[in-house]
Design a protein. Structure first.
Length: 189
């Protein structure tokens, strides 16, 4: 059965993007610091390699409109899997050239259901802070894989600023490295 997982690198003070996060500067000033732990984008050994395998085995994506627009929908292809974008506004016309991208107008629960159906037994990766918050509130986000980076940004875009209620989590796995602490949480329901 498919599980929806938010994968997000985050500063210790909760920021997932630096100041000036916009189309011409995706992730904002200093954003690369949150992703230095990736190294050279090759599979690392040990437990971090298992995390890498998990991260790269998804079968569909649910991503927020702001996220996909900043990266032009990954050119219509992110690892060859379907991309679902919950949005009440129709996409720009050029998105018609991206057959793997589907805009879903009837909410995050519908987008997640469509993504899970498309993913089959593989996981659904969730991208975007706002989308993650709405998925948590709707009860359709199953797990969070947070890569906690030992840096304080002080400003930018925080991951959990817009939650309307408390959400309980259960720690599933912790992998500690010099570059980041990787914590996997399951959402308690």
């Amino acid at each position: 059965m498919s599980v929806s997982v938010l994968y997000m690198s985050m500063s210790l003070d909760g920021y997932i993007a630096g100041p000036n996060d916009e189309v011409g500067n995706p992730g904002g000033d200093g954003f690369d610091r949150l992703h230095e732990w990736y190294g050279d984008f090759s599979r690392p050994p040990g437990a971090l390699g298992e995390l890498w395998d998990d991260w790269n085995s998804f079968g569909a994506i649910v991503a927020g409109r702001r996220t996909v627009e900043q990266v032009d929908h990954w050119g219509g292809d992110n690892h060859g899997v379907p991309i679902f974008v919950p949005s009440h506004r129709p996409p720009d016309a050029h998105v018609d050239d991206y057959p793997l991208v589907t805009y879903v107008a009837d909410g995050i629960a519908s987008a997640m259901a469509q993504a899970k159906a498309a993913a089959g037994d593989r996981n659904v990766t969730v991208h975007g802070g706002y989308t993650a918050q709405r998925a948590l509130e709707a009860g359709v986000l199953d797990e969070l894989q947070i890569h906690q980076i030992p840096v304080l940004f002080g400003s930018g875009r925080r991951l959990f600023d817009g939650l309307s209620s408390r959400i309980e989590l259960e720690i599933v796995r912790v992998i500690d490295t010099p570059a980041a602490t990787h914590v996997r949480y399951r959402v308690r329901r």
